[in-house]
Design a protein around this ligand. Structure first.
Ligand code: FES
Length: 175
């Protein structure tokens, strides 16, 4: 084919310049790559993330063998959705069966600055080693800097299984 400026380009059987095919291919490839990058970006920007969602109650274990007045540390798995991620985390609770058979599950962290506390058999108290707060097995602050009683999980007992929900602070702050 001879163009008005005197140059000659090759044509295929349809009369389309031979150069058009690679150019069209590059445009299509660009469009595919652009879409592959744009779609996830648009989803990220336009679809609101799900809030933190924790499943209601989880099975923390058998409580039929607990001895009244003797705290036991129990662990359990919690599944939650944070944004686009589904996470499973290990949690623990100090579980106390009282003499009236009520069961309380305390959060594992001291209410002062969040250190892990433990049960001291000799004194029959919970002690936080960080700044020496003592808590009773009812969760109350006996001495030390902790400003409020131990936090408690929402609990329910079903067929001797302890079902554990969200962790809630207990009112009873020091003035
Ligand atoms: S963190 Fe427990 S007493 Fe300070």
């Amino acid at each position: 084919m001879t163009e008005s400026n005197g140059t000659t380009t090759a044509s295929n059987a349809d009369g389309m310049p031979r150069r058009s095919f690679p150019v069209a291919f590059i445009y299509i490839l660009n469009a595919i790559i652009g879409a592959a990058l744009a779609i996830p970006t648009l989803i990220y920007l336009l679809v609101p993330p799900k809030g933190r969602k924790q499943s209601a109650l989880v099975d923390a274990g058998d409580v039929s063998q607990l001895t009244p007045g003797v705290p036991v540390e129990m662990s359990f798995q919690v599944s939650r959705v944070d944004g686009w991620k589904a996470l499973t985390e290990k949690r623990t609770a100090w579980v106390v069966k009282h003499t009236d058979n009520t069961i309380v599950a305390y959060g594992p962290q001291c209410t002062h600055l969040g250190c892990a506390y433990h049960y001291e058999e000799a004194t029959k108290k919970f002690i936080c080693p960080c700044h020496t707060t003592y808590f009773s097995i009812a969760g109350e602050v006996l001495s030390g800097p902790a400003p409020r009683p131990l936090d408690r999980y929402i609990t329910k007992v079903e067929n001797n299984r302890l079902m554990v929900g969200a962790l809630k602070p207990v009112d009873g702050s020091k003035a």
